[in-house]
Design a protein around this ligand. Sequence first.
Ligand code: ARG
Ligand code: ZN
Length: 857
Amino acid sequence: ALFRRKDYRPFPWLVPEVAMDFALGLERTDVTTVLRVARNPAAEHADTIRLNGDEIEPAGVWVDDEPASDWRMDGGDLIIPLSGDAHDIRVDTVVAPSANTKLMGLYASDGMLCTQCESEGFRRITFFPDRPDVLSTYRVRMAGPKAQFPVLLCNGNLEAEGAGEGDHHFAEWHDPWPKPSYLFALVAGQLVANSDSFTTMSGREVALNIWVRDGDLPRTGHAMESLKKSMRWDEEVFGREYDLDLFNVVAVSDFNMGAMENKGLNVFNTKYVLADEDTATDGDFDGIEGVIAHEYFHNWSGNRVTCRDWFQLSLKEGFTVLRDQLFSQDMGSAPVKRIEDVRVLRGVQFPEDSGPLAHPIRPDSYKEISNFYTSTIYNKGAEVIRMMRTMAGEQRFRQGTDLYFERHDGEAATCEDFVRAMEDGAGLDLGQFRLWYEQAGTPRVIARLEHDGTTAKVHLSQEVPATPGQPHKRPMPIPLKLALFDRDTYERGEEQLVVLDEAQKTIAFGGFAETPVLSINRGFSAPVTIAREASRDDLVFLAARDDDPFARYEALQELVVRQLKDAVEGKLDSEARDKGELAIGDALSAVLADGNLDDSMRGELLLLPSEGYIAETLAVADPARIHAERRGLRAVLGRMLEAEFVALHDRASAVPFSLDAEARGARKVKAQALVYLADGNPERSAEMAFAQYQGADNMTDRQSALMVLTGLDGVERTNALIDFYNRYQGNALVIDKWFALQASSMHPHCLEHVKALAGHRDFTLKNPNRVRSLYMAFAANPHAFHAADGEGYRMIANLILALDPINPQTASRFVPPLGRWRRIEPGRSALMREQLERLAAADLSRDTAEQVSRSLG
Ligand code: ARG
Ligand code: ZN
């Protein structure tokens, strides 16, 4: 079935109250659900109620305490005739958590029971109108063997607990806040808590618990600190206070996504909870801080104000991603965070937007909603709201969000509601801006500077590319921050915010005796690509002089992208190649020497654009050529700046371990130095990396050294890999790194390594983290995935076929890499398509089938 946004109808019944009873067991859990239902005055009359179900059967149905027999099934749904205006409906079901490998609904992980209900998992537990606009208060009783499930958790407040029959015990939970079924959660198992408390701005004392397996307690400190910071920040910056006396977080090792914002009981992938310096990298620490914040922020942007239907997913996800980004900007370096976020957008969302899976941030239709938890909904969704913030300014933006929360508290809202609150609260006219919700595709802005007398004119034009189902596009309002620099005095004119809202526009600036240098899309004010007619000298100027850190980074990236593009397209004779390499070398050398830069920013400026990003700038890409040219350039730079990189590595190695910004920056540039030297002088790099590996007192240094070593040949590689495995055997998250490092390595035999690792005793298709650590890392490793004979494509297709019956949601996530076929050179393109066709001929889940058919186009 295809679901369409325009087909939305309110549900005919309200379900104000739900009471559930769980008799818990890993093999079998018995569920009794009682729904209090009443006619929805705002909906059409119906003489039945449709309760969604998925892989469950009714074990008994009662209406108003009388056994009912006139119900029927329609597919997985239960349909019960109802004649009156209000009824109590009881339905019993039996579920088998241990057999639930999809990890949706109630499932077993590491001997405990947990749930994942977003989007449509609740219907795998009990029959229910499983849609986000049906809001209910829940009362839940659960009972089970005390030794096996000593801790019993649910949403809301604990109201009673005690001994049950025999060795059983029970707990009763009540959540006073009406919520949709996707926010339901239940956890039962042997868990221990890191407990703390937080006092809210109005003086409410909130008990905080982070629940983990026994041995993991020492690795929960960072998550707890992040949680308390998030709670304070949301009060200070968005005026949002927490609304229960209890906030629980549970870490589980089998989880399809990052984490889930269930009311008062967030369930997390262990990856986003557990960290200490010996087992987690600086990047892992940041990931935890960001995801803890994200899920906590959902309490307002998602839970108190939820979504009317799943087409509105970006209403909560885009907004919450923006909120977690702004939080992380405030916790660390704002410019570095901005660069990281743009890198994710360009690395994942831009390719999505330019490929067969392109969709607007508010889609018009879907077959399987799980496929729409995309970078477009999340990251582009955040950029769209960030543009509103840029246009309104911080203060008026806050007035808009205040109005949004006030107007829609307790409601299931739409993206349109958000936009209207922004218009009314922030005083913006967003008439044309709504196109950002409708049109897919990354707009392309062309900027040209014209100089005449003392006037500088900036000519801007835009194109929004055609995307599947949207051949013709209208011009979008694109807010561009720009500034002009005087070439001689280095002085910058005032920064302007220009909204390009037509196909073309020209802005004139006076007072320039000479042609100035244009700095555009400063701070990445709009999620667009920019084609600017800037000379190499202009880019070098901006890379050295621009006071906007993002614009500076951007100029350097563009310098490199141009060089690599020209090289790949065979446009460089040896003179032009040398010239380009020298210009880049000079720019990097300036970055290495610039005493005003902190190391964290230096590390960003040193990072070469990824192969994927370079491919994205080409109509049709040859991955092998891009790989060779990028490696070649890095080798040249590594040799050209060898002494500087060695000195940088020495200096940074002298900084003792700590989690403060300076030490973290030092670790970042240390890794960069090794990477350049690995291509410029492999022997020297191997020696340095091995020494760094052996001397490391933290995971960041150990991992970056091992990353370089896995790409090289020699006994150091083997020894380090064995040492790493032995040291961390039994720590699943670190063993994931061990798999991922090998799958993303620069080693020429990476593909064979991955094949062998699939047979390793620690590899399993049942654990999504492990699957991703091997195969996502591989699919994102261009030189291995794009092996000329198509073996990489075949491996991913084989994986999809093997994983789909076990976990379709995770399996379907491996289709997009194959879906890039239209943008790859003909030989490989045909091989990719061949694998997609092989998949299309197989019996696939709804998730994977939808992605395969869209990818074939
Ligand atoms: N709402 C969660 C988050 O953004 C993601 C849940 C996705 N679940 C799913 N089955 N697709 O944090
Ligand atoms: Zn979210």
